[in-house]
Design a protein around this ligand. Structure first.
Ligand SMILES: NC(=O)c1ccc[n+]([C@@H]2O[C@H](COP(=O)([O-])OP(=O)(O)OC[C@H]3O[C@@H](n4cnc5c(N)ncnc54)[C@H](O)[C@@H]3O)[C@@H](O)[C@H]2O)c1
Length: 315
């Protein structure tokens, strides 16, 4: 019999990619989403293959209904943005920290076997050295980072005290098809790609030499699938990235290569709460989860560009 799996935030960028992979392997998938940033179109191709429940992770009675009989919960729901948390810290805290506590409580009540938590590399802040390893002391620099880190702590405590298996994945900058390029808080790769395709100048905050460990969405899906079943993973934190850094100027150069013309940019002052460099040590995820992170940044960028191109050319 197929396992019942719940994805909170399953209409979002990462949640919907995970849903696609789980449906493909024959699981019984339910998505719970309040559609605050998620979109029905992200799940359009899966409409008949999964259950979509519109609602909030702050609604305990609803979580009880949706989690009944679930084996695994992938908890992706959050307000996933540093700038939004600076504009509205309480809203971030409520969705991300209180929301995670609610999810864990419901998982405990409903005896869910395992919760896999979408943590964030923002927990590290401006680290003393690179690459960052999971044993480093966290030093969040924004309300968003604090709220996501609070969720991690709750996961660890629920694993230890209540026996709810919980695995924490610290995602680095995830990118890929279906990432929203239009939101005021959009991530850099879809913004750069759509600007370049529309022949507009993408905006770079800072001098463009800041770097990120960009992680293609398929790697994140792989990490989640492995985290759901890996032994000796509960209560632990894993960096999920590629293990290599790329500057924003390099991203523009690679896009230029792929498009066959240079991609210039418009430079603005850097934003508060942004870190200069981010780079992960992924050896723990490799050793314990068997994570490979097989898709390199340039390969992922090519696939993402192809997806946005096709979307632009399809009426
Ligand atoms: N994208 C990244 O680079 C990145 C990096 C680190 C961590 N993360 C984490 O990964 C997760 C998924 O991020 P994403 O990039 O797919 O963002 P996203 O905005 O596409 O997905 C988040 C989803 O959660 C839903 N949601 C928000 N609040 C909710 C609530 N109260 N109840 C129910 N649903 C709610 C949204 O509607 C959306 O569908 C988030 O937890 C985020 O913090 C993402």
């Amino acid at each position: 019999m197929s396992k019942k799996i719940v994805i909170t935030g399953g209409a979002g960028f990462i949640g919907s990619a995970l849903a696609r992979a789980l449906v493909a392997r024959g699981d019984d998938v339910s998505v719970l989403d309040n559609f605050s940033s998620g979109k029905r179109e992200n799940l359009q191709d899966l409409a008949s293959a999964l259950a979509v429940v519109e609602g909030d992770i702050l609604d305990a009675a609803l979580l009880d209904r949706v989690f009944a009989g679930a084996d695994t919960v992938f908890h992706e729901a959050a307000i996933p943005s540093v700038p939004r948390s600076l504009a509205a810290p309480l809203a971030s805290h409520t969705a991300n920290a209180t929301g995670t506590l609610n999810v864990l409580e419901a998982a405990r009540r409903r005896r869910v076997r395992r919760v896999v938590y979408a943590g964030s590399s923002s927990a590290y802040g401006e680290p003393p050295s690179l690459p960052v390893v999971e044993t480093m002391a966290p030093a969040p620099l924004s309300p968003y980072a604090v709220s996501k880190l609070a969720g991690e702590h709750y996961c660890r405590v629920y694993a230890r005290v209540f026996g709810v298996e919980a695995v924490i994945l610290r995602y680095f900058n995830v990118f890929g098809p279906r990432q929203d390029p239009t939101s005021q808080y959009a991530a850099v790769i879809p913004r750069f790609i759509t600007a370049a395709l529309d022949s507009r100048l993408p905006t770079v905050y800072g001098d463009g030499e800041q770097s990120r460990d960009f992680c293609f969405i398929d790697n994140v899906v792989e990490a989640n699938l492995r985290a759901a079943d890996a032994d000796a993973a509960s209560g632990k934190v894993f960096n999920i990235a590629c293990g290599s850094g790329t500057s924003l100027n390099r991203v523009l150069a690679l896009l230029g290569d792929a498009l066959g013309r240079p991609v210039a940019a418009h430079y603005e002052p850097s934003r508060p709460g942004d870190v200069r460099h981010s780079l992960a040590d992924i050896s723990q995820a490799k050793a314990v989860l068997g994570y490979t992170g097989a898709v390199s940044f340039p390969a992922g960028l090519t696939r993402t560009l192809a997806w946005f191109r096709q979307r632009t050319s399809t009426p």
